[in-house]
Each structure stands twice: as structure tokens, then as C-alpha cells.
Design a protein around this ligand. Structure first.
Ligand code: PLP
Length: 456
């Protein structure tokens, strides 16, 4: 069947305010051509991120009422902890307000002089990189070669280059406090990591006595890809695949704003008692008491319920299929898309779509601007605008110039997807007229969020 069956029905709706192209041109100018500066009420289809934008279920709304806001020992915490441990078999679970807080705490407890350290990852997510670099750590990306070619169809493009990992540890083991793997590989296109790859990384880590941490935001989407693509997993429930993968790790950081269907949340989980003690001390200083961390009791309930829903395979089938659907349609009208489709987003290769715009005039940002003007669609640039500024102050082109259309979970319908395709038909028609941009102001880090730009 071609129609995607959305395995839910709509119980509460949020109206979308319609805008004209003329209005959008004016609004974007006022936002200094940075789509992060737009008011969301002026966006028709908001694909800026899938983070914190999920539609909650009736059971999650009901769970909110069970939220117990006791400062210490709330039953909501114990439900949260049980739900986390059911999927992720770690000894200590430390709630944080979102993923980057877990990353910050992890960074703060690393033993030794961080300014001499190196942390390898398939691809560091931007906040992970920023937290590590802020402590002087060299955040090294080590995705496999296949993962760097947007057009190449390969089942596990998020895999870590294990040869490079082994070589690093053979030479520099003393400088590596831990090894990290991000599933799915967000900055690298939402591409999955195979179980075999995580197992391989674990073996190397064991050889050099290094803990393996998983940056886990999209663990369920990754597990579903394993079920679809990795030999031996076709008959395994997604829940078991998740447990198997995390039993290979020593700890995890996670943003609860993705695959837990929650608007806020995150945690750090780990096995090491000493690290956990330090993490809790830090948590009290920066987030809150260990039984709520950075979250209210109702948020903990919402995450606990979301974790039960996310491993539902009817949902995951709809989820992965809807991303594929948009990817295939864009491909068919000549938009260069990353293949195969990732788990949470469609990635457009702006470098090959707009070859006449140089990397440091931000072809991805130019496409993001066009998407908003033509159709009120908001997407995010992941390229030289996001990654171009180097720690030493120089600027260099990123490996890829991508635009990410991140799909909020359970939010948009197939007919809204069809509208998006029509908008892209118009952009493709006019693509030779699109222009690059220059930055007129930028902050010292994470510049894509607040920079101001103007068209050239
Ligand atoms: C979103 C995300 C983070 C950061 O989490 P926040 O909740 O946004 O702070 C870290 N890593 C990955 C892979 C992510 O997708």
C-alpha cells in the first residue's frame, strides 16, 4: 500500500496561521535571514527540529496528572527510573533538564587534565562538541568513509571507523577518557549505527580499558533500522535490540526531547559508582536534587510513559516510512537528497543542488531561506554556517552542506508532506536564481542559532 497509515488519530488540534509570500519575505528580513530568529507562529510547517516537538499521547497527558512534585523521593522519579532501566540496563540514572546538561555533567567529571584530552565519536553533535571543546578537549569525528558521501546508499552510514579508533587508542590511549558513539548519527544525517559496529567499538574499548558511552537521542529509530537491515535481527523485538545495544555500553547521555516523545528531559546513566557520585554532586549544583534533576515530577512521568510508546513497532514503521516517502518524492523531482533516508529527517545536499554558491556563502542557508519564502517551511542548515568557524577563529568549509528537514514525531500528515513536495518543485524551477549570504554579526560559539546574515 502506498498510503502511510498514521497509527493514531487527532484528538486536539493546533491551528496554523497562513501567510503570503510577501509577508514571509518581510518577516525573514526582520529575522536577519536566520530562521532561528523567526517567530514560530509565522511558520507553516516547522521542520527546524524534531527536538521537543513531539505530539504527546493521551496516556502521556494522563501521566502528567500523576506527577508528584516532592523535592526528594518522588514516586514520579521511581517510575521514571524503572522505565529507563527497563530499556537501558545501567546502574545509575541521573535526570537532567535536557541532553546538553547530561553532556555538561559528564564533561565535568572526567578524570585528568581535560585540556590535553581527545574524545572520539562517529560524529559529535553540536552541543556535545561545544561542551567538550569548552573544556579544552579535542572532539574528534571518526565516521566511516561511506558516511561522508551523501549520495551513497549504504545501510549503516553512521558507523564508527573502527580502524581509526584502534589506531587512535594504540597511539594516544592516555589522552582518551572515553569513547562515544552517537545513535543515530544526527550531525551525519540521522544515519544508523549497526549492532556489529557498537560491538566492535566495545571490544576495542575493552582492550584499552576505556568506557564506551552512547549519545542516545534516537535509540529507537536506530534499533528499528537494525531490525530492518542487520542480519539476525529481523525477528527480534525493538525493545530487545535496544537492551542488547546498551548492554555493550558503560554509560549514556540522552536528550529526552527526541525518542521519548517528551517536550523536555534527558539523563545521564552509567555503571561506574565513583563517576556517578561525582555526577550527582555536580547535578545538585547545576540542575537539582538527584530524584528530579532538572525536571518537574510531571516531566519525569511524561518521559516514563514516552519510553513505553517509542518502542511500538507500528509507530516506528510509520515514522521511518514517512521520512522515506518525502526523500523518495524529492529525489524524483531532482532534489539531491541524502540516501538512504535517515531516521528523523530528510537531508538535502545543498552543495550539489546549488553548485554556483560557494561554501562560505552558505548554500544550505540559501536553501533554508528559499524554503521559508516559497512555502513557509522552516528547516535547518547543517554545513559551513553551523560548523565553519574553527576554534582558532579561522573559517573553513564543512565536509557537507546539508539542509535538514527534521520531522516532529506524530505531528504532520501525509498531505502536509505532499504540500512540501510542491514547494520544492517551485524551488527547483528557480534554483539558479538563489543567492548566497554573508554573516554581518556572529556570537563566539554555536553561531548558527543567533548570527545575523544578509543576502549577497
Ligand atoms: C539533541 C541532541 C543532543 C542535545 O540534547 P538537548 O536535549 O537538545 O540538549 C545531543 N546529542 C544528540 C545526538 C542530539 O540529537
Amino acid at each position: 500500500m502506498k498510503t502511510i497509515f498514521e497509527p493514531f488519530r487527532i484528538k486536539s488540534v493546533e491551528p496554523i496561521k497562513m501567510t503570503t509570500r510577501e509577508e514571509r519575505e518581510k518577516l525573514l528580513k526582520e529575522a536577519n535571514y536566520n530562521v532561528f530568529s523567526l517567530k514560530s507562529e509565522n511558520v507553516l510547517i516547522d521542520l527546524l527540529t524534531d527536538s521537543g516537538t513531539s505530539a504527546m499521547s493521551t496516556d502521556q497527558w494522563a501521566a502528567l496528572m500523576k506527577g508528584d512534585e516532592s523535592y526528594a523521593g518522588s514516586p514520579s522519579f521511581y517510575r521514571f527510573e524503572a522505565s529507563v532501566k527497563d530499556l537501558f540496563p545501567f546502574k545509575h540514572v541521573i535526570p537532567t533538564h535536557q541532553g546538553r546538561a547530561a553532556e555538561q555533567i559528564l564533561t565535568s567529571i572526567l578524570p585528568g587534565d581535560t585540556s590535553t584530552q581527545i574524545i572520539p565519536n562517529n560524529t559529535h553533535f553540536d552541543t556535545t562538541r561545544a561542551n567538550f571543546e569548552n573544556a579544552g578537549i579535542n572532539a574528534l569525528d571518526m565516521v566511516i568513509e561511506e558516511g561522508k558521501d551523501p549520495a551513497l546508499d549504504y545501510p549503516f552510514k553512521g558507523n564508527m571507523d573502527l580502524v581509526a579508533l584502534e589506531a587512535l587508542l594504540a597511539k594516544e590511549a592516555d589522552r582518551v577518557p572515553l569513547v562515544m558513539i552517537t545513535i543515530t548519527n544526527n550531525a551525519g544525517g540521522g544515519q544508523p549505527v549497526s549492532m556489529a559496529n557498537v560491538r566492535g567499538a566495545k571490544e576495542i574499548c575493552e582492550k584499552y580499558n576505556k568506557p564506551l558511552y552512547i549519545d542516545s537521542a534516537r535509540f529507537a529509530e536506530n534499533a528499528y533500522f537494525i531490525k530492518l537491515r542487520e542480519e539476525g535481527y529481523q525477528d527480534k523485538p525493538v525493545r530487545d535490540i535496544v537492551r542488547e545495544m546498551f548492554s555493550l555500553a558503560d554509560g549514556m547521555t540522552i536528550s529526552g526531547k527526541k525518542d521519548t516523545f517528551s517536550n523536555m528531559g534527558g539523563w545521564l546513566a552509567l555503571n561506574d559508582d565513583e563517576w556517578a557520585e561525582k555526577a550527582r554532586a555536580r547535578l545538585i549544583m547545576t540542575e537539582g536534587f538527584p530524584t528530579y534533576g532538572g525536571l518537574s515530577g510531571r516531566d519525569l512521568e511524561c518521559v516514563a510513559q514516552g519510553l513505553k510508546e517509542i518502542v511500538d513497532e507500528d509507530y516506528l514503521k510509520y515514522r521511518i516510512r514517512s521520512i522515506q516517502y518525502i526523500t523518495e518524492k524529492l529525489d524524483a523531482i531532482g532534489v539531491p537528497v541524502m540516501k538512504p533516508a535517515g531516521g528523523h529527517a530528510v537531508f538535502i545536499d545543498a552543495k550539489s543542488m546549488l553548485p554556483n554558491i560557494p561554501a562560505l556563502q552558505y548554500p544550505g542557508q540559501s536553501l533554508a531561506v528559499a524554503m521559508y519564502i516559497y512555502g513557509g517551511i522552516r528547516g535547518a542548515e547543517i554545513g559551513s554556517f553551523m560548523f565553519g568557524r574553527q576554534p582558532d577563529g579561522s573559517e573553513k568549509p564543512a565536509q557537507m552542506e546539508l539542509v535538514r528537514l527534521a520531522m516532529p514525531r506524530r505531528v504532520y500528515t501525509q498531505s502536509q508532506a505532499d504540500y512540501m513536495i510542491e514547494v520544492f518543485e517551485e524551488i527547483v524551477r528557480d534554483k539558479d536564481q538563489l543567492r548566497g549570504l554573508e554573516i554581518t554579526w556572529e556570537p563566539t560559539s554555536l553561531r548558527h542559532f543567533t548570527s545575523k546574515l544578509k543576502p549577497l
